[in-house]
Design a protein around this ligand. Structure first.
Ligand SMILES: [Zn+2]
Length: 290
């Protein structure tokens, strides 16, 4: 931090105010006095890190600069101490960092030795989604046609969660996690919610406009923080199912491409338990039950 402090503190000068018998630190950029130097340096460090991430990986980290994210509500998932949500938290972080071995990236990288080893020597035959045959880019699994039922279920669950606190039950919710099946925007608020994508939803991002929408809809005595945390967890945990489902489909598809061989080595997508079971049956000379 001291390194960044040195770089950014250069924009802060120490000077003596004529009217006050003390030194005041002010920023050279805005000329405003600095209240807490510790906070000023922490903020400078944070903005430096964000600037570096955004310039290095523009496509992956541009969401960091979005001014209309409700950061306090978005952080609720990461602050959840329940061990049961650990995998959901990990999934949200993977989405924020765009770390998915999608078919397109795998196909382009698998010829290099380093990536072949990272992918467990699993080779993919093309860069198309095994479910719908579209090009499988980084976040295709979220919007894949084969996972439409998962997205529809999120909308149903979120509507039910909201209706528990609405004075009158209603079906309307701007579903930014399922733009194709969301009702048309009828207000500037829902328009600004729908500006967010399903990828933002999977990152666990809560748009400020969505927080406003929920606050407007529910009864005044509702704990909106808890309700939004529930909705956020609901969305991210279901979208995680899109990924686990995609992995199952992919490995099933890769297994179907392999010739039926009786080798003792590991097969594509085979778990350790499955491999041991197969070996045991082979030793007894029996066919494993399907
Ligand atoms: Zn697909």
């Amino acid at each position: 931090m001291a390194k960044y402090a040195a770089a950014d503190a250069c924009s802060a000068v120490v000077w003596q105010n004529r009217d006050l018998p003390e030194f005041i630190v002010e920023t050279r950029t805005s000329g405003a006095p600095i209240g807490s130097i510790r906070k000023y340096l922490a903020d400078a460090y944070r903005s430096q890190v964000i600037r570096k991430l955004v310039t290095d990986k523009r496509g992956a980290y541009s969401w960091l600069e979005d001014p209309d994210i409700d950061w306090k509500r978005s952080a609720q998932l990461a602050l959840n101490r329940n061990r049961k949500v650990r995998k959901v938290q990990q999934f949200a972080v993977r989405c924020r960092r765009a770390l998915f071995a999608d078919m397109q990236t795998r196909y382009q990288r698998q010829h290099t030795a380093y990536w072949a080893k990272r992918y467990g020597n699993v080779r993919v035959p093309n860069e198309h989604c095994p479910s719908c045959n579209e090009v499988d880019d980084r976040f295709h699994f979220l919007s894949c046609a084969a996972h439409a039922y998962i997205r529809a279920k999120i909308t149903r669950k979120v509507t039910a969660a909201l209706n528990r606190h609405r004075p009158q039950p209603s079906e309307s919710v701007p579903a930014f996690w399922d733009p194709e099946n969301s009702p048309p925007c009828d207000s500037p608020l829902s328009e600004s919610i729908m500006a967010y994508s399903i990828v933002d939803a999977a990152r666990g991002i809560v748009p400020r406009s969505f927080s406003l929408f929920v606050e407007e809809q529910v009864q005044p005595n509702t704990d909106t923080d808890a309700l939004l945390a529930e909705i956020q967890l609901l969305i991210v945990s279901r979208l995680r199912k899109c990924w686990t489902k995609r992995c199952k489909t992919l490995f099933g598809y890769l297994r179907s491409l392999q010739p039926q061989q009786e080798s003792q080595g590991p097969r594509v997508g085979e778990s350790r338990v499955e491999r041991i079971k197969r070996k045991l049956y082979a030793e007894r000379g029996e066919q494993p039950p399907d």
